[in-house]
Design a protein. Structure first.
Lengths: 210, 118
């Protein structure tokens, strides 16, 4: 997503304080409503992927299962990093809403960096799993595990691209208090990705297999 | 603005934490309130990880219900505070909840099919 795209006109006009009237049938921002509908549909995507893993988690075909090679302390640190990125994201929105562009940029960059750390951790985890004999096609359990966590990783990566687009737009002076809603919408996506990981971390990693 | 677009700000602790309003006039918490929520989330995560080390405390049959309870609390805190569902229009929450209920339904139906019919 380009910087121009994320800072595109959202279909409403704002006054100098950023308080706009949404001329819509609901009186709400339809862009935000669309994001919530999208996130609702994403629940279905991840619901299906999590269901698949839970059904196949014990099907190892006599080979190593993902649960045998989990490194819970390492994944806990990754989870904590992603959780804290939700804080920096909401602080970015807060700063941009107040017209503090520099602080907004700092928090946006911090969020993207924390997301990058999480992705780095996932790459390390996947690599170590493959070294220990659990690859994508090893058994149904590993296929379901890599598909679920891989899809989540792709979502985080897309979120980082959006955050960096906002950062670049802010540097160019195209992201101000007037279009703080753009930051809020990207923030909703980012928090959703965090919420999905909260679920995955507990259900997939922490709850014992049997 | 329609009824569906009207949010409720009835909880006192939320009002105390209010610092600024968004473009629809909805109150949002202060940065300090966000930090406090993050501290609570971090503490719950630490407790979740603590359950992994069975040599320290044996949670027994309480382990799974405790983990699910902590997960739900974290989910609720992020959705209501960081995603502003507590302060925004209820319509947004309904859209999200509809997807969530459908997702849980998909899981339950799939589980039932595989456990009892296949």
């Amino acid at each position: 997503m380009s910087a121009e795209a994320v800072t595109a006109d959202l279909g409403h006009a704002a006054d100098e304080h950023g308080h706009d009237e949404h001329a819509t049938t609901t009186g709400l921002s339809h862009t935000k409503l669309a994001m919530w509908v999208f996130l609702g549909s994403e629940c279905l995507l991840f619901g299906g992927l999590i269901s698949t893993y839970l059904l196949y988690k014990s099907r190892g075909n006599g080979r190593t299962l993902p649960t045998d090679v989990f490194d819970i302390p390492f994944t806990s640190v990754s989870s904590f990093v992603l959780l804290m990125s939700s804080l920096t994201m909401v602080l970015a929105l807060s700063a941009v809403s107040r017209g503090e562009d520099e602080a907004g940029r700092t928090w946006l960059l911090a969020t993207a960096l924390l997301g990058g750390v999480f992705i780095g951790g996932q790459v390390y985890e996947f690599t170590s799993f493959v070294r220990e004999g659990v690859a994508f096609t090893t058994n149904p359990a590993s296929s379901a595990f890599f598909t679920l966590t891989g899809f989540h990783g792709v979502h985080v990566s897309l979120g980082i691209v959006m955050l960096m687009s906002l950062f670049v737009a802010s540097v160019k002076g195209k992201l101000t208090q007037r279009n703080a809603e753009t930051v809020e919408i990207v923030g909703l996506y980012w928090h959703f990705v965090d919420i999905v990981w909260i679920f995955i971390f507990t259900v997939i990693y922490l709850i014992p297999a049997d | 603005m329609s009824d569906t677009a009207t949010s409720e700000h009835s909880e006192p602790e939320a009002d105390e934490a209010v610092e600024h309003h968004d473009d629809e006039g909805h109150a949002h918490p202060s940065d300090w309130a966000y930090v406090k929520i993050a501290v609570v989330l971090a503490a719950i995560t630490a407790l979740e990880v603590f359950t992994y080390f069975e040599s320290v405390v044996d949670w027994g049959v309480a382990l799974v219900p405790s983990l699910i309870f902590m997960m739900v609390v974290k989910f609720y805190l992020v959705a209501t505070w960081f995603m502003h569902l507590r302060f925004d229009s209820k319509l947004f929450g309904r859209m999200f909840t509809a997807g969530l209920i459908l997702a849980v339904g998909v899981y339950l139906v799939t589980l039932t099919v595989f456990e009892f019919w296949v």
